[in-house]
Write a protein that binds this ligand. Structure first.
Ligand code: IMP
Ligand code: MG
Length: 173
């Protein structure tokens, strides 16, 4: 497998700032709760949360897993759930990437059961051609074709999350 450069850290920073400004503009309550989906979103969430400088915003973490190797298993496992009361709160789910949308749909369903005021999702990356069900993110950094990518939090079986830029799997000819 070989990977080639795809999105640079500067391009990421620009889109993170744009998405943060959109979230801030739309925010209706004093203390929205950002819900970072581990593991992939932790780097994006750290940058987005700081760029979106709402004084009383809070952040928490949940963990889901659906990928093995370079493709979705179609089954989503919840590995770590929500610990706080979200009733009446404005929720921003922070995801690294929405691919089939299976994880997004399941998370929205799980969160909705706890009666939040609203649930929106910010995803750094979105593969619209792979989407199988609802659950498209309200805020998107980059729309990309359905190719496997890694870096900036995204992994291949746990590796490459620490790369500052994003790389795409090179198609074998
Ligand atoms: P979905 O449920 O199919 O939308 O998949 C969502 C999850 O799969 C994401 O949160 C990622 O963890 C993982 N994923 C999807 N596409 C990629 C990719 O291209 N590279 C790395 N992980 C991916
Ligand atoms: Mg993920």
């Amino acid at each position: 497998m070989t990977f080639e450069p795809y999105i640079t850290r500067d391009e990421i920073r620009q889109q993170v700032e744009r998405v943060a400004a959109e979230i801030k503009r739309d925010c209706q309550t004093r203390n929205p709760l950002f819900v970072c989906v581990l593991n992939g979103a932790f780097i994006f969430a750290a940058d987005l949360f700081r760029a979106c400088d709402i004084p009383e915003a809070e952040i928490t973490f949940i963990r889901f897993k659906s990928y093995e190797g370079t493709s979705s298993t179609g089954q989503v496992k919840q590995i770590m759930g929500l610990t706080e009361d979200i009733a009446g709160r404005e929720i921003i789910i922070v995801e690294d990437i929405v691919d089939t949308g299976v994880t997004a749909v399941q998370m929205r369903k799980m969160l909705a059961e706890h009666n939040p005021k609203s649930v929106k999702m910010a995803s750094l990356l979105f593969k619209p051609d792979s989407l199988k069900q609802g659950g498209a993110p309200e805020y998107v950094g980059f729309n990309i074709p359905s190719k496997f990518i890694l870096g900036y939090g995204l992994d291949l079986d746990g590796l490459a999350r620490n790369l500052s830029d994003i790389y795409v799997l090179k198609q074998e000819k």
